[in-house]
Design a protein around this ligand. Sequence first.
Ligand SMILES: Nc1ncnc2c1ncn2[C@@H]1O[C@H](COP(=O)(O)OP(=O)(O)OP(=O)(O)O)[C@@H](O)[C@H]1O
Ligand SMILES: [Mg+2]
Length: 262
Amino acid sequence: MATVLAKAADGAESLEHAARIERVSKSFAGPAGAQLVLDDISLDVAPGEFVTLLGASGCGKSTLLNLVAGLDRPSTGTITTDGRPALMFQEHALFPWLTAGKNIELALKLRGVAKNERRGRAEELLTLVRLDGSYQKRVHELSGGMRQRVAMARALAQDSRLLLMDEPFAALDAITRDVLHDELTRIWQETGLSVLFVTHNVREAVRLAQRVVLLSSRPGRVAREWTVDIPQPRRVEDAPVAELSVEITEVLRGEIRRHGQH
Ligand SMILES: Nc1ncnc2c1ncn2[C@@H]1O[C@H](COP(=O)(O)OP(=O)(O)OP(=O)(O)O)[C@@H](O)[C@H]1O
Ligand SMILES: [Mg+2]
C-alpha cells in the first residue's frame, strides 16, 4: 500500500485516507471495442468524511463504487482503502430464509465475532437503526424502509471504517427516504464512519454530504465538487439545501447536454 500509515489513538494502524482513488480509469470490452467508462478519476475520502458521488444515469458511479469495494479492478490507476469497506445497495440483499437478527449475525460470524456475543451485538445494531424488537422478524414481514434499516445494520456489523452506499434509498417513498436520511446522518455522526454515497438525486446528495462530487458522463470524470457547509440536521426542503441543489442541477444539466444524453 502506497498510502502513508498513521497510528490511531487506540493503537490500531489506520490510513490517512478512508479511501484514496488515484488516477483511475476503467474500460469495458464492448462490441465496438473498448469502452472508456471512467477517465482519470482522483478522489480522496478523509476519515469520518461523508462524500456523495453525483452524476447522471450511466456515468459510471456504480462502476467506481465497485472498484472501491474491490469487486473489480481499475484498468489503470490505484485505489487504497482503510481496511475492507462495507457495502449497501439499492436492493437490500438480505437472505429471506433468515430473520432480521440472523441476517446481522451472519455478518458478525463472517468477521469472526464469537458465537455467544453475536445475539447481543445484533440486538444493539437493531437498536441503532431503531428496529428494537424486530430480531425474530422475517424479511417478508418487514416494510421496504425496515428492510433497508436491517441492511444498514448488517453493513454496520462488518465494523468497517468506510461505508459504500449505492443509491440505498432510491426505491423508497419520499417520506421513508427522509426518515432514513435522518437516521443515516445520526449513525454517521455517532460512529465516525467515512461514507461514500452514490446517488443521481441532487437534493439527496446535498441533504447528506459534507462534500458533493459531480461526475460527468461518457466518460465519467470529476466535473466539479462542492463543500456543503450547511449545519446538520438538514431537510431537503431547507432553503440553503434547495439553493445549492438548484446550482448543482444547473451544472449537471449542462453536463448532460454536453454529452448528448436523455
Ligand atoms: N461489467 C460491465 N461490462 C460492460 N459494461 C459495463 C459493465 N458495468 C458497467 N458497464 C457500463 O458502464 C457504464 C456505466 O455504468 P454504471 O452502472 O457504473 O453507471 P451508473 O452511473 O451507476 O448509472 P445508474 O445511475 O443508472 O445506476 C454504462 O454504460 C454500463 O453499460
Ligand atoms: Mg448505478
